[in-house]
Design a protein around this ligand. Structure first.
Ligand SMILES: [Zn+2]
Length: 176
């Protein structure tokens, strides 16, 4: 009897899209994705508050990032090749266009931008960054790749009036 009070995500839960959607295929509209994200945000924020909701989006993004890395990326690659593969995969999945602005490859600290971001590009300016899920996603990918704790903080966002999202990604093992 499975535990009815919690759910453990596995990559297999995403289903077999080749047999499941032979005509429609494995892509959809960004509108559909954002509709789900923002309605979750609405409902959850009224249940548990916005701050807590945003924390949960980061947490879910982190889980997604770890699974993303495990299932779609090659953890055995050296850092430069790994980043190149990550860039390529983010484009193929139409999540966004990643660019490394600066990197400390010894410490594994990065400042990076994501343009045409799935979560926020084209939104109204809200004077607040909205890419909580992406923060978690980036940290989760790096954690799974390195086995070390990471933080990712969005410092610019389309929703703060910038034309790209900018994240500071830090290897926390080097910052205690
Ligand atoms: Zn953003």
């Amino acid at each position: 009897m499975p535990d009815q009070h919690s759910y453990d995500f596995t990559w297999q839960d995403l289903g077999d899209l080749v047999s499941g959607r032979p005509n429609l295929g494995d892509t959809t509209s960004v509108v559909v994705y954002r509709l789900m994200v923002f309605t979750f945000k609405d409902v959850l924020s009224k249940e548990i508050g916005l701050a807590q909701t945003r924390q949960l989006f980061v947490k879910a993004g982190r889980l997604a990032g770890m699974e993303f890395c495990r299932n779609l990326l090659d953890k055995n690659l050296e850092i430069e090749a790994f980043i190149a593969q990550l860039k390529q995969t983010l484009i193929e999945l139409k999540i966004g266009v990643l660019r490394i602005e600066s990197a400390d490859l010894q410490r594994l600290d990065f400042t990076l931008t994501v343009s045409e971001d799935l979560d926020c590009s084209g939104l109204s300016v809200l004077n607040d960054s909205v890419c909580d899920y992406d923060e978690g996603l980036l940290a989760g990918i790096m954690e799974e790749y390195t086995g070390k704790p990471f933080s990712a903080k969005e410092i610019d966002c389309w929703a703060t009036g910038d034309r790209t999202c900018r994240f500071v990604v830090k290897n926390l093992a080097e910052h205690d």
